[in-house]
Design a protein around this ligand. Structure first.
Ligand code: ATP
Length: 355
């Protein structure tokens, strides 16, 4: 069942948002969402994700001078009911006293679609969302995951031009969240609908986004594919917010950085004070004396597929290394550390200032 082959492209131009009490929630924002793309807005609480989403929905309006386009159509001052958007929230916002089928068909009824057509389209939708056996249940008789699938079905049945999802999985337990995340992913790919997904969960953002917009204090910190964001963070905030990262700071001379734990070679930085980052999984613990750097195991944490090892004495802060789950180390043990030059991340400070 294909509802919306390609979706619509969405453009935000110079969209700043100041609330009535003077709070500047968004600095001027320019953003293009490609037709059919899933764009994730990711960032900590209060960074402006929901405000951005609500402006696209037509529940908030940008300050004077901002423009929002759906394709070539200027929708800046259009209210939500004119925009043809589908929305899914954390809180489901379903009608508790209606059945699953009535909830899913509600939008079509409002659009005055003929009863026979509603019946057919609801049946198709329930089939696609694996909700058919629950068609006659009331919402209060459903689990959280089932409710969220009903909310999704209700949002997409009216063929919206864009699907807006605001933390739809936050209220669910971890196992259900994983399962529903996979369902949403395949649904979005199948529908080819333009979707904007708000979350503060980096795993969710990585799993669902064609591109991710990382936001901080009402500004875009970086936009990129999940791989770009993870492997090529442009600033400290993105590097820290997505996954964990180690920071090495020291004097560089002839591509060698002097650190408390030794000399790190192959550092692509000019002479003088420098800083590089490295992901925990991109470092290797070797026998004492055989690595580039030397340190002492401070503590370890076995989490099944990985053994997380904190090594002190290498850099100013303890360094976190993710090893194979089978590798064993003891606190107090002296170890060597190896980082390959191509696994060192160099943040471009120029870009930080320009952002
Ligand atoms: P969360 O993950 O907590 O929902 P968010 O990133 O979605 O956060 P927003 O809800 O967009 O953040 O809020 C951005 C900023 O705007 C915050 O400082 C918030 O307090 C403020 N804000 C949001 N709505 C209003 C409002 N109606 N009036 C005044 N300030 C508001």
């Amino acid at each position: 069942m294909t509802i919306n082959e390609h979706g619509v492209a969405i453009r935000l131009q110079n969209c700043r948002k100041t609330f009535a009490d003077g709070t500047l929630a968004l600095h001027p924002l320019d953003l293009t969402i490609q037709a059919g793309e899933t764009l994730v807005l990711l960032g900590p609480s209060g960074c402006g994700k929901t405000t951005t989403l609500r402006m696209i929905a037509g529940l908030e309006f940008p300050d004077e001078g901002g423009r929002i386009l759906f394709g070539d159509e200027d929708v800046t001052r259009q209210p939500i009911e004119k925009r043809k958007v589908g929305m899914v929230f954390q809180s489901y916002a379903l009608f508790p006293n209606m059945t699953v089928a009535e909830n899913v068909g509600y939008g079509l009824k409002v659009q005055k679609v003929k009863a026979a057509d509603i019946k057919r389209r609801v049946a198709d939708m329930l089939e696609m969302m694996e909700l058919a056996p629950l068609a006659h249940r009331r919402i209060s008789q459903l689990s959280g995951g089932q409710r969220q699938r009903v909310a999704l079905a209700r949002a997409i049945i009216t063929s919206p031009r864009v699907l807006l999802l605001d933390e739809p999985l936050t209220a669910l337990d971890a196992l259900l969240r994983d399962r529903l995340r996979a369902d949403i992913n395949s649904l979005l790919r199948k529908l080819g609908i333009t979707a904007i997904y708000v979350t503060h969960d980096q795993d969710e953002a990585m799993a669902l986004g064609d591109r991710i917009v990382v936001m901080e204090h009402g500004r875009v910190s970086q936009i990129g594919t999940p791989r770009e964001i993870y492997f090529e963070p442009q600033n400290d905030f993105v590097a820290d917010f997505i996954g964990q990262i180690n920071v090495f700071e020291g004097q560089v001379r002839n591509r060698c950085m002097q650190l408390p734990g030794g000399s790190l070679t192959g550092v692509a930085l000019a002479d003088g004070p420098g800083r590089i980052h490295c992901r925990p999984e991109d470092m290797e613990i070797t026998e004492a004396g055989s690595g580039q750097l030397t340190g002492v195991v401070q503590q370890t944490q076995f989490i099944g597929d990985r053994n997380r090892v904190w090594v002190s004495g290498v850099s100013e802060q303890p360094v976190l290394v993710d090893c194979d789950g089978r590798a064993q180390f003891t606190p107090g043990q002296t170890v060597g550390l190896l980082i390959k030059p191509d696994q060192m991340i160099r943040l471009d400070q120029q870009q930080v200032r320009a952002a």
